[in-house]
Ligand binder design. Structure first.
Ligand SMILES: Nc1ncnc2c1ncn2[C@@H]1O[C@H](COP(=O)(O)OP(=O)(O)OP(=O)(O)O)[C@@H](O)[C@H]1O
Ligand SMILES: [Mg+2]
Length: 238
């Protein structure tokens, strides 16, 4: 059977591509899957994360894919691909060709949201995406923890017909509407948390830290990994 291929991509820098790629790689390795982490960024952030990882932890195979000539390893069950920032044109098309699923992290700012919309537009010009042979999803990243509580308040108040919009809703709503028209889901909202820097320094995922804060930080990953395990994240059969 061929490997499950997941690409983390956004041409905007610093939105969390490497963080999401490394955390997913660590999660799948913990689940006993044979994971390949392919770093397409010459900055090598994913590979540096892997170099910091203890050999006692579940193994992840690294690949310096930015050198060109990357081939999907036959032995891998899951291939996580970390894209560089500012990717477009032929490079974007070549990268997209390899992926069943593309995850687009988006930071909660108007600038980042506009950049995400541009990135989605660019992706839709790639034939494979337009033909639904690759599935897209967005992830809200680095959302202040207070917004999560406000989100819960919003749900409760709206359920008793008291209209209220949390800050998070106000920020993400325009992008949500745009994505809804294109039927692209928002699959997770990840907290802004110091756990990510802590895990990053040790070559770990927050899933592996197992302290009380990181257990809490892992909670919003559940809908993401459930979506990735479902058929909804897979391309339409051709
Ligand atoms: N949810 C989060 N909470 C706190 N810090 C985060 C979170 N996500 C990412 N970061 C931090 O933000 C910084 C940028 O993240 P990351 O390197 O993953 O972005 P990137 O999109 O890969 O950047 P680049 O475009 O340069 O490759 C890092 O220092 C990372 O630890
Ligand atoms: Mg990166």
């Amino acid at each position: 059977m061929s490997a499950r291929t997941i690409l983390v991509l956004n041409s905007k820098g610093g939105c969390g591509k490497t963080t999401i790629a490394t955390n997913l790689a660590a999660y799948y390795a913990q689940q006993g899957r044979a994971v390949c982490l392919a770093d397409f960024d010459p900055q090598r952030s994913s590979l540096q994360w892997l170099e910091a990882r203890s050999p006692d932890r579940p193994k992840i195979e690294g690949a310096a894919a930015f050198d060109g000539g990357f081939r999907l390893p036959r032995t891998a069950d899951v291939v996580i691909m970390d894209a560089p920032a500012a990717i477009h044109g032929a490079d974007l098309t070549a990268l997209v060709r390899r992926a069943q699923t593309i995850l687009i992290p988006v930071l909660p700012s108007a600038t980042d949201m506009r950049a995400a919309a541009r990135c989605v537009h660019a992706l839709l010009t790639v034939g494979k995406v337009a033909r639904h042979q690759t599935r897209l999803a967005t992830i809200a990243n680095r959302v202040p923890p207070g917004s999560t509580i406000q989100g819960a308040v919003e749900t409760v108040l709206n359920s008793v017909h008291l209209p209220y919009q949390s800050v998070q809703s106000q920020i993400y709503r325009p992008l949500e509407r745009f994505l809804a028209r294109l039927r692209i889901p928002f699959v997770a909202t990840l907290n802004d948390s110091p756990s990510y820097a802590l895990a990053d320094a040790q070559g770990l995922g927050v899933y592996e830290l197992r302290d009380s804060r990181s257990v809490w930080d892992w909670v919003p990953w559940r809908p993401l990994v459930d979506w990735l395990d479902s058929r909804r994240s897979l391309p339409r059969a051709v």
